[in-house]
Design a protein around this ligand. Structure first.
Ligand code: ATP
Length: 206
């Protein structure tokens, strides 16, 4: 079974995917893959250099992230160009990891995708969608603290993402992450049990 995991910035996707991984799920983190392909000698670097120019690549051969972030925020066409380069590479690596994890015998796969709702490709791929949710004020506080950003900067990022309501409307299950880490862990344990049960029911009915 392919489980999709998404949520707004700072909602707690990584916290949830880490916990699911500890419970035995095979986790594929597309955010991590996106960082790997744009790190030094990453697979996306030659095409980025070619399309955007060498000024977007640091001396160590990695993407200049703040510079690219500023560009794609200001110019939607630049975001499209970047996505045309990175999305196929992310998908290719995600499929490779999925095959490896399946061979290793994990009970189910989790695709953690920050912008899953925005991407039809991912939505069509997953069988069960988990949304990590918390009030916007909690997201703002976490991201200000973690990334050392101002309230206004975080609000801009939130405004560019799918709304909380739209995301929740697509969810098969919601993890409410405004409480303590212990409360989160307990919800994730229940979610893991639920997914294992759904999978068992599917197998016995097929
Ligand atoms: P992003 O989309 O920005 O990658 P994310 O959705 O993966 O974020 P996390 O990185 O898991 O979110 O969490 C954001 C921050 O909030 C982290 O610093 C994390 O340690 C903290 N955090 C997550 N859940 C909780 C919680 N229940 N209690 C306290 N802190 C939390």
């Amino acid at each position: 079974m392919l489980v999709g995991l998404t949520g707004g910035i700072g909602s707690g996707k990584t916290a949830v995917s880490d916990l699911l991984g500890q419970l035995g799920a095979g986790v594929i983190d597309t955010d991590l893959i996106s960082h790997q392909i744009t790190a030094t000698n990453g697979k996306a670097i030659p095409a980025i250099r070619h399309e955007f120019g060498p000024e977007f690549i640091n001396n160590d051969g990695a993407l200049d992230r703040p510079k690219m972030r500023a560009l794609v925020f200001a110019q939607p066409e630049a975001r499209k160009t970047l996505e045309v380069i990175t999305h196929p590479l992310i998908r290719q690596e995600a499929v490779k990891q999925a095959e490896e994890l399946s061979k290793a015998g994990v009970p189910y796969l989790v695709f953690a995708v920050p912008l899953l709702i925005e991407s039809k490709g991912w939505q069509n791929l997953v069988d069960y969608l988990v949304v990590v949710d918390c009030p916007e004020e909690v997201q703002i506080e976490r991201v200000m603290h973690r990334n050392n950003l101002s309230r206004e900067e975080v609000k801009k990022i939130l405004a560019a993402q799918t709304s909380r309501q739209e995301r929740l409307a697509c969810a098969n299950a919601v993890i409410e992450n405004q409480g303590s880490p212990d409360q989160l862990a307990s919800q994730v344990r229940q979610l893991n049990q639920k997914i294992l049960q759904i999978q068992k029911d599917l197998l016995s009915s097929s």
